[in-house]
Design a protein. Sequence first.
Lengths: 325, 310
Amino acid sequence: MEELLVVNNLKTHFRRYEGVVKAVDGISYKINYGETLTIVGESGSGKSVSALSLLGLIRKNGKVVDGEAIFEGRDLLKLNQEELRQIRGKDISMVFQDPMTSLNPIMKIGIQIMEPLIWHKLMQSTEAREKAIELLRVVGIPDYRVRAWDYPFEFSGGMRQRVMIAIALACNPKLIIADEPTTALDVTVRAQILNLMQDMKEEFGLSIMLITHDIALAMNFSDSIMVMYAGKVSEYAPVAEFIRNPLHPYSRGLIASTIDIETEESFIKPIPGAPPNPLDLPSGCKFHPRCAYTQDICREVEPECKEVRDGHKVACHLVERGEIQ
Amino acid sequence: MVKNLKKYFPARGKWLKAVDNVSFSIGFGETLGLVGESGSGKSTLGRSILRLIEPDDGEVIFEDVDLRKLGGEELRQRRRFMQIVFQDPLASLNPMMTAGQNIEDPLIIHNIGTNEERRKTVMELLDIVGLGREIIDSFPHELSGGQQQRVGVARALALNPKFIVADEPVSSLDVSIQAQVVSLLYELKRKFGLSYLFISHDLAVVKYLSDRVAVMYLGTIVELAPKKELYEKPLHPYTRALLASIPKMPKDGKPQKRFSALKGEIPSPVDLPPGCRFQSRCEHVTEICKEEEPTFREVFPEHFVACHLA
């Protein structure tokens, strides 16, 4: 498969009054055409920043300090805002967690779908109007011809998320970055939206970068999984391999502490402690204070993310030495 | 025990039936899980039981006393034994008080112990919920979400309650922390013989903690059964759909790319059509469902369901 996006050694740091937060500190990944990569992590692990950095969407106190992100032959990190604007919403579009705050509350949804089409000069307004209505049909808005001229507050959360997806699809993007797209939704609606995204992916040959804290979802929905912890990649593998053999103690901990519908009582094993303070990261392996296997080397030397078998990368000394298999 | 509890809110000249004729009981040391999507009325129900929201009709009988008949002081005395843990721990703790003061507050309100005794109780409570004693003088905003929720739990435990309403207590926490708090609640239940009404939209968490589970939809309970029975033999089409829509851990190595989804969304609870509340989303809907509201009846021992077809 051909590569759509290759990110190498991306580092995004934020200046804060108390010091520098290394939100993303040297991560590498790639997404092939038509593939879904899921970035899994807890709050503060850097999963959102690693995606937003690509599009120049990080806040002013943040800066991409190193790395490259090659998207179809161009390094996104070297583009200026004007050049990025040509890519955002066209080749790469985004779906955010909260559709209410990411839609414009005083603009009819049909107009919001037309906006990127007209802005990117892909269509004139009459044509864009038809396209907007067509997109609403595709994402499953009932009564779409009429509803196109309603405002966001007139829609439910699930319907608003469908509108967001319609906007994201408008310019036939190659990549959709979906940042916790279903977290705010009810379970039955969540299933609908996930199915819709899967349909869109297959129908339009999209690539998807899904960002989530839900490892069960990640294991079902993606082609590859990247687990992040404290701004680093702890594990990165094709999904079948990850399901068969998750190696990093953090990945295993996440799986063991996920309360699954099939979990029997007394089966959950929470990871002790909490994610570290980003201003005061532990030495060596960032996970060592919470890890059950910690040895001296883990406290002293930071492990590198190394390939242990085909496409399966892990940042753990003990995996590297073969003590965890 | 709750009998025929009702809470209607006025809505543009009509009534929004948030809780409509709900009845159930919870035994000593028992956990009843209450599952439902947003807008099902589960939180309103939880709060109505404690009279944090005043119900419009029905009875709430706690240890043989109908709470709805009690006046201020009597109610306050009873409430010692009934506590609540909220979803958002930061919003439910007093930001101007330290963690210790937050936990101590109910003791002061109920005039229990001297200063030193209370301080000692707070220390013990911190141990019980697995917080280090050093956080006693920290303010809520200095603590992590998981720690804040533990403070919330410690505060609920301060008065030695018999019954705790836990309203989505882990929904706002990260996975690894969620598991910690869930295990804590589970241990407390075993250690102190607590009864819980555990409210959540997450069927997996509810399954882990509950003895019996009630499924709520648009203001009523549509199915109620012992846990094992409900998860293995769900009868109501809504319960079945809920169970099917959750992504499961692909332990056998086969990811699901698609999830079984219910059509449509929860309709507005104002102006419900006659008949079954679930008719607009049910795939088995028949004529009778559109005409008559199904009764909530016992189909198997202990297994109640409100569906014409079950």
